[in-house]
Design a protein around this ligand. Structure first.
Ligand SMILES: Cc1cc2nc3c(=O)[nH]c(=O)nc-3n(C[C@H](O)[C@H](O)[C@H](O)COP(=O)(O)OP(=O)(O)OC[C@H]3O[C@@H](n4cnc5c(N)ncnc54)[C@H](O)[C@@H]3O)c2cc1C
Length: 378
């Protein structure tokens, strides 16, 4: 299927199955079961998984365009398949042959869904400080600890779980491992977390209490590579978050453009007042620049070139653009923008997550600066 056809299919899905229901689902914070079933039919849970495992095998650039389209209508949906696809990408790149054969077809079909469980109550940015442990016991590991803020934590059943297998290792990351953990005895949901925005998708605390996982679920089969493997999936994750930023920025612009031509003050549409024109111009320029940075990072990812700096730049710029456009859209809409019936109000609540998730924007700046120095030695 060509890119154009894929995007047309996504647009049709959004217009028919999503847009009419967003307001009600978002307001009631309801997990969108029927939309998820449709997403399975469309193959979105296997978007970037190789065709040999039943996925669509889409290039990252096409995937980014899909994520942008969906985020324009309802950003929460992109979270339901993003961390799931990061988990799949880690298995496809780093897993053993048996893990690929066992898990990837089920991931691609959306039959087994989940995400990434890295963050803990005491640490998110400093992942090397995690406290969840896995102790070898015969042909199993016994896992104890708590993860928090885990997307799809309630409705998902399988997570790439970051743990410490050696508490004394130096540097600390050498003692970290990543497991494929399917829910079962000892692996429970602590609680659902309430949020400012990003409604509909479940964010949860996950508790591991003497949870026994077979040793063959250690991704790659060798201890000590967990952080490296988790971070290898985050390039794709950051491109996804950048694409969400482009989607939110574009939606804020679209709403503002429409409203500014309809709303009149002092005898003319506000789009004819220079103060509003300056806002629209800046919003459009930011959106376009964000899209280009995101496409560039996605194209590099597809060529297999190292792109942590470019993905970081795209994530940083596009998510700040989303935040700025969301607040500008509210200003353009005046009092109506502050109404909980207006779509711009949702954009304003959703956008801040993007500067935090998948590595905060402070962390992105650190990654960019480190890469700049590394690539340009004095
Ligand atoms: C809705 C939602 C969904 C999420 N989904 C997931 C998920 O599916 N899986 C998962 O594992 N996690 C998930 N997270 C967690 C998210 O990845 C973390 O919140 C994020 O990485 C930041 O970690 P923290 O909250 O512990 O903040 P901290 O690490 O405590 O940071 C606090 C502040 O300090 C700054 N900071 C920290 N270190 C430095 C430094 N060295 N230099 C400068 N500034 C610094 C940060 O940028 C931030 O501003 C989710 C979070 C939310 C809100």
């Amino acid at each position: 299927m060509s890119d154009a056809l894929i995007l047309d299919t996504i647009e049709a899905f959004l217009a028919r199955d999503v847009a009419p229901h967003v307001h009600a689902l978002e307001k009631s914070d309801t997990w969108p079961a029927e939309i998820v079933a449709r997403m399975r039919e469309l193959g979105l849970f296997g978007a970037t998984i190789g065709p040999q495992y039943g996925g669509l095998g889409l290039p990252c650039a096409t995937y980014a365009a899909i994520v942008e389209r969906i985020a324009r209508v309802w950003m929460s949906l992109t979270g339901i398949f993003n961390s799931h696809l990061i988990m799949a990408a880690v298995v496809e790149r780093q897993g053993t042959e048996a893990q690929k054969r066992d898990f990837l077809p089920r991931f691609a079909a959306g039959e087994l869904r989940g995400g990434l469980a890295l963050t803990e109550p005491d640490c998110g940015t400093d992942l090397q400080a995690i406290r969840t442990t896995a102790r070898r016991d015969g042909d199993h590991y016994v896992i104890n600890g708590t993860k928090t803020w885990i997307s799809n934590g309630i409705h998902g059943a399988c997570f790439a779980l970051l743990v410490k297998t050696d508490l004394a290792a130096e540097p600390r990351h050498r003692g970290m491992s990543l497991f494929l953990a399917e829910k079962g005895p000892g692996f429970t949901v602590g609680r659902k977390l309430e949020k400012l925005g990003y409604k509909g998708i479940d964010s949860a605390e996950l508790v591991f209490d003497n949870f026994r996982v077979p040793a063959n679920r250690l991704i790659g089969g060798v201890e000590g590579f967990g952080l490296k493997h988790a971070l290898s999936g985050l390039e794709l994750g950051r491109i996804n978050v950048a694409s969400r930023g482009v989607g939110i920025a574009q939606a804020a612009l679209d709403e503002s453009l429409r409203y500014a031509q309809l709303r009149k003050t002092f005898g003319k549409p506000i789009a004819q007042h220079q103060a509003i024109q300056l806002k629209l111009a800046d919003m459009a320029t930011r959106t376009e620049a964000a899209r280009l940075l995101t496409q560039r990072a996605a194209e590099m990812y597809d060529r297999g070139v190292r792109c942590d700096m470019e993905a970081g730049m795209a994530k940083l710029f596009a998510t700040e653009a989303a935040l700025e456009n969301a607040i500008e859209a509210m200003r353009v809409h005046g009092g109506y923008g502050y109404s909980t019936d207006a779509p711009v109000e949702r954009l304003y609540r959703d956008a801040p997550l993007l500067v935090i998730g998948e590595g905060t924007n402070e962390l992105q700046r650190i990654i960019i600066a480190r890469q700049l120095v590394q690539r340009n030695p004095a």
